[in-house]
Design a protein around this ligand. Sequence first.
Ligand SMILES: *Cc1c(COP(=O)(O)O)cnc(C)c1O
Length: 370
Amino acid sequence: MLTRVRYSYLAQQFDAAAIDEILERMRGVVESGAFTLGPAVAEFESQFAGLIGVRHAIGVGSGTDALKLGLRALNVGHGDEVITAANTFVASVGAIAEPGAVPVFVDCDDSFCMDVALVERAITPRTKAILPVHFTGETVSMKPLTAIAERHRLPLIEDACQAILAESDGKRAGTWGTVAGFSLHPLKNLNVWGDAGVVVTADDALAAKLRLLRNHGLCGRDEVEILGYNSRLDSVQAVVGSWLIGQTHEITARRIEHAAYYDAAFDAIAGVRVPPRRPGSRRVFHLYMVFAERRDDLYAYCQEHGIKAKIHYPIPIYRQRALRHLGHAEGDFPVADRHAREVISFPVDQHISRAEQDYVVEIVRKFYAR
Ligand SMILES: *Cc1c(COP(=O)(O)O)cnc(C)c1O
């Protein structure tokens, strides 16, 4: 079967004219030789800070590094516990494990985000931070989570990699936590031509530390203040980011509009359940996920009909082999387990056409009418 509805929109996003424009801007960087932390990076950082509405934005090598450096900046280290969601992309957990900290999971709810009501019982004397994940571009309920964090004097590190311009109770994702990490991965809502990320904070001292951490801890050419990483945002990627960043509001609006169109159509199909849409939250639909009866069959049926649907994820992170040392077993986080069986993702990017969306809906309707 020919692909009728693709998942990746990159070929549409970067058409010939866009490529020419970006390459022309890159020429300036190449000619100047300012490949590491030059003006291109500074310019993008200031644009990004303005977009999110946060004091400091520090360009780093990836979204994973943004979280990892954020944890390091907060002195999270060996043996410390960091609370996060039982269903997230591996990178949230990889970032926690990297400095030797231990991920402590809490289950999610049908918003796909961490169930905040379960967080407090996961706190122990070893807890050093809470890392909520704004999964799918929905937001964690940050008001009550902030209250819990304050009560226990724990910093919040937001994994906002999927949540650029999302809002929880009218306040942007990335502005709630002590620090927050964003990803500019090619398939994220604001994307570049490779790996890149941004770590943001309102705290001047933390920002200075993050700038050290991403560049070997070097303060100036010859002096090393702390041991850090080589995790600078590439100057050529900063050029792509600066070219695209002005479109972020439009990209977000399109995704929200396309999701609303799916919501209305899927609401009328008995085998599909649209997740509850929490009032006060602005979802930016990095992923569009619904619950589906006979999910695996629907998934296969979609592939047979040329729809590149996806599953995020068939095995929740807490049950992955890489984490077996934590001793978890199926059933420990029953909502995440149920999601692994029931969720399906359909393309919802800014470039998908109404005809493509109609085709997705028609195939899903046909599947349940059989
Ligand atoms: C993409 C993503 C990351 C990591 O971003 P990279 O830029 O790929 O390193 C972290 N957390 C979540 C939830 C993500 O979706």
